[in-house]
Design a protein around this ligand. Structure first.
Ligand SMILES: [Zn+2]
Length: 239
């Protein structure tokens, strides 16, 4: 059944590409059927983190949460001046969430090739929630599109069990400590029964200071999951 769906999807993409050719958003080259988010040469140029290869890495260190984080991984480093990574992260501002979803699926493909398929260490994907007022303004939550990309690539089911209970003030001018204080208690666990005893993969588009991710991790921990891992597309880095 799954194979038949893949074949149908392949044919549909091929036909759509014939009528409306897709272009790489970074270099403008026409994408082939097998290229989903960026062309293969742009994908190759992404500054990969390879964080999945380490049991305790920069993200564990940055988050420094009270709750133990099992695996922590991000596809690429995100820094000022790198146009390629900005195209993926900024897609949420340009109303192109499909790019984010396809990037997540691409990342999972790479992880699988390197023996780190998310389905081998997680039972459920949980998107970091967005406050309802922000969601209405944007029209979607990019973390949910990432979870969908992961589901398409490795079949992990999605659980919408976290809720952003209050909209925090803008964080751009706050220090890392102020951001954590600003976000404390801003996310709550709506369905503890879903996460109890399960291995959770918490997903978002980017980690900057990690304040949002920590708030989500602490909320998830209230449900006594077997483990919590985190996955993002970008991880901010100062260079
Ligand atoms: Zn390209």
């Amino acid at each position: 059944m799954q194979t038949a769906c893949r074949i149908l999807q392949f044919i549909r993409t091929a036909l759509t590409d014939m009528v409306w050719p897709r272009c790489c958003p970074a270099c403008g080259r026409t994408l082939t059927q097998r290229e989903a988010c960026l062309c293969i040469s742009c994908i190759y140029r992404l500054p990969r983190t390879q964080l999945h290869q380490s049991d305790f890495n920069e993200l564990h260190h940055k988050l420094g949460s009270h709750t133990r984080i099992d695996k922590a991984m991000a596809w690429f480093w995100y820094y000022r001046g790198n146009d390629l990574t900005s195209i993926i992260i900024d897609a949420k501002y340009h109303d192109t969430p499909r790019l984010i979803r396809d990037a997540a699926a691409e990342y999972v493909g790479e992880l699988t090739d390197e023996g780190c398929n998310p389905a081998s260490f997680a039972d459920l994907t949980v998107p970091v929630p967005m406050h309802w007022s922000k969601r209405i303004a944007r029209g979607y939550n990019q973390a949910e599109w990432i979870a969908d990309g992961i589901r398409r690539a490795c079949g992990l089911p999605i659980a919408h069990c976290l809720e952003a209970t209050r909209r925090h003030r803008t964080q751009t001018r706050l220090s890392a400590v102020e951001r954590r204080k600003n976000l404390q208690g801003s996310i709550s666990l709506r369905r503890p029964d879903i996460v109890a005893g399960r291995r959770i993969l918490l997903v978002d588009d980017i980690i900057t200071t990690g304040a949002t991710m920590i708030a989500a991790v602490e909320a998830l921990a209230q449900g006594n999951p077997a483990s919590i891992s985190i996955l993002t597309l970008g991880a901010a880095k100062k260079i």
